[in-house]
Each structure stands twice: as C-alpha cells, then as structure tokens.
Ligand binder design. Structure first.
Ligand code: UDP
Length: 359
C-alpha cells in the first residue's frame, strides 16, 4: 500500500537544500547556536546547517527534543551537542563569573536561533513552569549570548500569540494583537511566547541587537513527537488510523488549522534567518490554507486505508476555533510560500510513522 513506502529522509533534506541554494541561502562557515536543536524543527535546521558546512552548536536538554533526532549528526566535525537547559545561563568564550556554565573554546557565535520550548497543548497541564521558563528566562539567556557575541538573534514564536482570533481577523496578519486568555490552560505557552517577543524587542531597543521573530503555524512531518501523551492532532490521528483505533475528533471538528509540511516551514525559517530584509521584522510562516479537523480526520483515514471510526470528544478549554495566517509579508519579504500539498505531506509523514510503528 502507498503508506507502506519507505520514507526517504535524504530526498527531503536534499529538496530543502536545493530550494535554499536556488536563492543563495547558505550558512557556510557561520557559527550558529540552535537552542532546542534536538527538537522537531530544530533538528531539521541542524541538518541543513551541517550539510551547508556551517558550525552548528546544538543546545538541548531533551525535555521535548530527542537524541534520536540528532544521533546521525554526532560524529560530524561541524556539529557540537551541548546538554543544557537554556532557562539557565550559559556563556561562550568568556564568563567573568566562575560559577557560571561556560563553554570556553567557542569564542564567536554569528547567529543565535532560540527554538527551545515544549509546544504541545497536551503538555501545558504537566509542564507549565518549564514552558514559561524556556520562553522568558530562556529567551533572555539566549539574547544575552547574542549580545555578548554581537550575533543575529532569531526567535521562533508562534501563531498562539494570536490566541483565538475573531472571524474578521482570520487570515491573521502580523499586526493583529491577539485575543488571549492570560489565566487559561494555554496561557503558559501563549503568554510566555508573547513575553518572549517582548524580550526580543527590549534587547533590540536597548542593546541594539539585530533580531527577527518568526510566528510558526501548525507544522507536521517526520520527527514530530509521537505518542498519546504528546497529543498533537496529526500524529494522534495517524497513530489511531494505522492501528484501526477510533479517531478522536475534539468538539464538532469544525475548528480549523493550517497544516504545513516540515520542509516548507524550515525553508521559510532559514530564508528569514538569512535575508537582511527580514531584520527587525515579525513574520508569519505557515500554510495559508485552512482545513477543518474533521476534514483532516477523513483525509488521514483515506490515506491509511483505515477502518477506524471517527468519534467526537469534548473540545478542550480555549481551543482556538479558527487559525490561518496571512502570509503576504512572507511572500513579499522572503519570496517564500508553501509548496507541498496537505496530502503529499501527510503521505510522507504516514510513511515515516508506519516504519516507526513496525519497530
Ligand atoms: N485535536 C483533536 N483530536 C486530537 C488532538 C487534537 O481533535 O486527538 C484538535 C485540537 O482540539 C485542536 C486541533 O486538533 O483543535 C489541533 O490540535 P494540536 O494539539 O495539534 O495543535 P494546536 O493547533 O491546538 O496547538
């Protein structure tokens, strides 16, 4: 069957490298620090950096990242892994305080990409404090590194800063201020990402740091975390469909999300990191096509040829009703838009998962 095809990781990485090289996007010889580099998106970024012969420093404490995402990079001469929680200070090259963690031999960092944070709504109830810390203290510590090295600072923010926008603010552009519950079950993530953005702007203003903020929308693909405890809708539905279990649609399934395939998202992110035109900007990177969750369930059921039943469960509190980015700014500034169809991205993701399920 189609979904039993083997997922070809090299083909995806090469496709990503080709797209970037067409626009001369290269990080060769740059030293790039990626916090959260063992995570879903961070590890794709590390893969590109290593292939392009950048010096890639991956910082992670495996809270939501995984060693398996970066195991194949460990023996590369231009990849360095440092086990560290970015919510605690870390210094590179020099620290005047001997009690601080200091990586003395890395003297100059060119780019800091702060990508570390748990992101699944299922984890908001068990890990709210570490999520708040990664995006506030973690952002501050990462900005401190950028300040010390006069490096470019890139912050991965989220569509969650928009909260639950009303219909007339969807598709949502970067100048929408958000409709967020500060004390709800999602606030540890939404509000800390908003605070993280404020930290970025404060360092830009006060310390003249060069900064960029990307707002990422629902991304899936190989390496997204897998298992009922992580609860993201795409891996959940694929797992349920592959095992002929009930597919659990929350609410009436009419809420929407703009699913994007991982290599499209990472292409947009790296174009933004590279392009000077994106300096000081906040840019949405996501798919501008909106799908209902019920549509997603039916597509995954069809693609996996599953006999699962679609069942309905209560909608979680504050679950956003509509989400879809306005990506005109990304098109204009980055010359970027997603090109992988939902079905194609899901087929690849299903192929990756089905190999995983067989282990
Ligand atoms: N969802 C669902 N069934 C599941 C998991 C999630 O219907 O098993 C819904 C969830 O309520 C939300 C959407 O799918 O409306 C996307 O959820 P996800 O956790 O992937 O990401 P979010 O966009 O909410 O951060």
């Amino acid at each position: 069957m189609d979904f039993k095809l083997k997922y070809d990781f090299d083909q995806d990485v090469n496709e990503l490298l080709n797209r970037l090289s067409k626009e001369n996007i290269s990080f060769k010889n740059k030293t790039v620090l990626v916090s959260g580099g063992a995570g879903f998106l961070g590890s794709w970024v590390c893969d590109v950096l290593v292939k392009q012969r950048a010096n890639c420093i991956c910082l992670d404490n495996f809270s939501s990242g995984s060693g398996s995402n970066i195991a194949h990079l460990m023996d590369k001469d231009n990849f360095r892994f440092i086990y560290h929680d970015i919510s605690n200070p870390i210094y590179f090259g020099f620290s005047s305080y001997p009690e601080n963690v200091c990586v003395g031999d890395i003297k100059k960092i060119d780019i800091v990409m702060h990508m570390a944070s748990r992101a699944s709504p299922f984890e908001f109830k068990d890990h709210p404090i570490s999520i708040l810390k990664s995006n506030t203290l973690g952002t501050m510590n990462a900005l401190g590194i950028a300040k010390a090295h006069n490096a470019l600072f890139f912050y991965t923010s989220t569509s969650e800063v928009y909260g639950n926008p009303p219909d007339d603010a969807v598709p949502t552009s970067e100048d929408y201020f958000g409709h967020v519950n500060p004390v709800g079950p999602r606030s540890c993530y939404d509000e800390s990402k908003r605070a993280g953005e404020a930290f970025v702007k404060a360092y830009e203003l006060q310390h003249k740091i060069r900064t960029k903020i990307v707002r990422i929308f629902n991304t899936s693909g190989p390496r997204i975390r897998y298992g009922p405890e992580f609860g993201r809708v795409v891996p959940n539905f694929i797992h349920q469909a592959l095992n002929d279990q009930d597919i659990t649609v929350f609410g009436d399934g009419m809420q929407t999300r703009p699913f994007i395939y991982v290599i499209d998202e990472v292409e947009g992110i790296l174009k933004m990191v590279h392009k000077d035109e994106a300096l000081k900007e906040v840019i949405n990177i996501g798919n501008d096509k909106e799908y209902t969750i019920l549509e997603l369930a039916k597509i995954i059921k069809d693609l996996t040829n599953s006999s699962s039943k679609i069942v309905f469960k209560p909608l979680p509190i504050d679950d956003p009703i509509r989400r879809c980015p306005d990506i005109s700014k990304a098109k204009r500034i980055l010359n970027w838009e997603p090109t992988t169809s939902l079905e194609e991205g899901l087929r690849k993701t299903i192929a990756w998962f089905s190999a995983y399920e067989e282990k």
